[in-house]
Design a protein around this ligand. Sequence first.
Ligand code: ZN
Length: 169
Amino acid sequence: MTSKIKEFPGVGLRESDFAAKKVLFTEWKPNAQYAWDAGVAIGRYLAELKEGRIIGVRCNRCRRTVVPPRIFCEWCFHPMDEWVYLEDHGIVNTFSICHVRWDMERAEQPLIPAVIEIAGASKGMGILHLLGEVEPEKVKIGMKVKAVWKPAAERSGAITDIKYFKPVE
Ligand SMILES: [Zn+2]
């Protein structure tokens, strides 16, 4: 097995190799038509993001406020009790420093995905997003960060309506 790997070591392909037609390939565009509904909880969450607000939900039995919102509590399996507006800041729960983009190309600037514990939600409750306006070596767990929103006219009701979270001075 090892000898075959040495015999055929393989060649990494880049998007640019396809654009330059350096490799044999075929293109196919599927005629896929579908509708997708985000559901009640995530639908409201996305609608609120478009308005520049982060919303969560509360389970009064478990005394827990969670984000992103969900329609029932996964601890007690009862429907959530109420919507709760949260702050657009929080603290870094965990993070990573990525030097490779989604398409396996080297990133010019390192990307810093992080889980942000959102203020107003229960401890440990947060969302995955990117950090920005910070040097990777300066990022610390527990660091206070604030959302940097897209201008209102550019928001589309997506998690990317928040461009990234930046450190709070
Ligand atoms: Zn509960």
